[in-house]
Write a protein that binds this ligand. Structure first.
Ligand code: SF4
Ligand code: SF4
Length: 80
């Protein structure tokens, strides 16, 4: 009985964090794939992307609203 309760609690925790991640995805840029074309910077409605010191695009997670527009336009499929 006690073991079943522990399993249920663990399952609840996994479901909670799984749903949180699904409903609030965080997009990141694979700098090894990015060719610095700037398409994502142009299309981002939140002005959340800029070039980092290495010349590759970087997403400011505090500005990103997870709209996904940068993902659809990236020619290198570098944003996930
Ligand atoms: S659109 Fe893709 S390849 Fe172009 S700068 Fe953005 S992440 Fe890099
Ligand atoms: S998901 Fe939308 S808001 Fe976030 S960086 Fe991409 S284009 Fe900008």
């Amino acid at each position: 009985m006690k073991r079943r309760l522990i399993y249920l609690i663990l399952l609840g925790i996994l479901l909670y964090f799984g749903c949180e991640k699904l409903s609030n995805p965080e997009y990141n840029i694979d700098t090894s794939a990015c060719n610095s074309c700037g398409e994502c910077i142009q299309i981002c409605p939140m002005d959340a992307i800029e070039f980092g010191p290495d010349g590759k695009a970087v997403i400011d997670q505090t500005k990103c609203n997870q709209c996904g527009k940068c993902i659809t336009i990236c020619p290198k499929d570098a944003i996930h």
